[in-house]
Ligand binder design. Structure first.
Ligand SMILES: C[S@@+](CC[C@H](N)C(=O)[O-])C[C@H]1O[C@@H](n2cnc3c(N)ncnc32)[C@H](O)[C@@H]1O
Length: 388
């Protein structure tokens, strides 16, 4: 038996390896990784999940840390790029820290740090930690300082819901460090109705470090979970548009541990830089998940931004040389998708309007040196869906 210490995504994994057992799917992923990265074939890997399941004791794999909600067999990343794309694992460069005036004002107010240089050093320190959790380009390029949500056309509509609607639940799905929802709260949204959610609790916790708060001093409700875990979020048919009088009361947020408890109760959802992590089929599936959460009241809104294209299809910024690809919708195909979701494929408009526009992303054709030599620039689709 050999014992291996490997780093797999954000996990430090200690594995015992022996022959004679068929590895489970998760082990096979590790096997592939190790097979390609190391000389020599590994016969079999056994992870702690399998050990627990099969009550085997002859191998002690040991110390395999999982997110509590995440099944070890759930793919953790884009199924376009089912392992962390190598392009994303690049050196960090402080020069990419270029917040505009609004962002600086937001960060100063939120952190209490008034000196710009001290703020920069603080943000860079936290960015390094976040990048070691998972190397998303948006972390490397300081995308969390860009106020992406606040620049969307839907932003003012969401703030208006926060002012005018009774119990206006707001959800930021895939919130990462929580910067977008914090901006919304700073601009007046009632924090008691704000729900943050992400696969990775560590990123939310790091958000507290970034903004110098604690869960007590910043009581937005955070619920960790994987959107592909139906015990956390299951597909439910979208509710037909109706008035508030038909609705049950919103649940006590402190008592819920999954988004399933919020079916038809969320007034506004923001989902940034998320859809493009997944295949076309999964993007459609995620849209169905969100539609089931949306309140039936007219004016309820889902807004987001992600990689987009003039024609739907894969964006391959390395011209296919590394296999990296991202599935991007066009404004038209994105609109069709939402109408399909809200009508459950029956045709018609589903009682919604869909607005979308393409914008060339900053960072140059190589997108902050992420895709050297790329000549097919990165576009983003800024969009919202609103109930009529
Ligand atoms: C690219 S980051 C975007 C963060 C932020 N929304 C933004 O716009 O900058 C994607 C976020 O989605 C989270 N995420 C990825 N897969 C997820 C899943 N299956 N379920 C829930 N969250 C997921 C990641 O942990 C990460 O925080």
């Amino acid at each position: 038996m050999r014992v291996l210490l490997v780093r797999w995504r954000q996990y430090q994994v200690v594995l015992s390896v022996a022959g004679g057992r068929r590895p489970c799917m998760f082990c096979e992923a590790l096997n592939t990784l190790l097979y390609t990265k190391q000389a020599g074939r590994i016969e079999s890997l056994v992870c702690s999940y399998r050990i627990k399941t099969h009550k085997s004791t002859y191998i002690r794999p040991t110390n395999l840390l999982f997110h509590p909600r995440l099944s070890p067999h759930t793919p953790r990343m884009s199924d376009n790029n089912d392992q962390k794309p190598e392009e994303w694992d690049r050196v960090l460069e402080d020069e990419f820290y270029q917040p505009d005036e609004d962002a600086i004002a937001f960060f100063k107010k939120e952190t209490g740090i008034t000196d710009s240089l001290e703020l920069k050093q603080h943000v860079i320190r936290v960015q390094k930690e976040a990048f070691s959790i998972f190397p998303y380009p948006c972390i490397r390029v300081f995308g969390f300082t860009w106020m992406k949500f606040a620049h969307l056309p839907a932003y003012e509509l969401v703030l208006q819901l926060g002012r005018e609607r009774k119990e206006p639940l707001f959800l930021d799905l895939g919130c990462c460090l929580g910067n977008d929802l914090r901006k919304l709260v700073q601009d007046g949204y009632p924090i008691q109705y704000v729900i943050a959610s992400d696969l990775r609790q560590e990123l939310w916790d790091l958000g507290h470090k970034l903004f110098r708060s604690t869960q007590e001093t910043y009581p937005a409700r955070f619920i960790s979970g994987d959107v592909f875990d139906s015990s956390f979020l299951a597909v439910e048919p979208p509710m037909p548009t109706s008035s508030a009088s038909d609705l049950p009361p919103v649940p006590d947020l402190s008592s819920i541990n999954s988004l399933n408890a919020l079916r038809g109760r969320v007034s506004a959802i923001y989902i940034g830089a998320f859809f493009h992590l997944f295949s076309e089929e999964k993007q459609h599936f995620i849209a169905k998940l969100l539609a089931g959460l949306l309140s039936p009241e007219p004016g309820s809104i889902i807004a987001g931004v992600q990689g987009g294209a003039a024609q739907k299809g894969f964006w391959k910024p390395t011209a296919g040389t590394t296999g990296f690809k991202m599935f991007c919708h066009s404004p038209e195909s994105w609109s069709e998708l939402w109408h399909d979701v809200f009508t459950e494929g029956k045709g018609g408009d589903g009682g919604i309007e869909v607005h979308g526009r393409l914008r060339k992303e900053i960072g140059g054709d190589d997108y902050f040196k992420t895709y050297p030599g790329n000549t097919d620039p990165y576009y983003v689709l800024e969009w919202y869906v609103v109930r009529k």
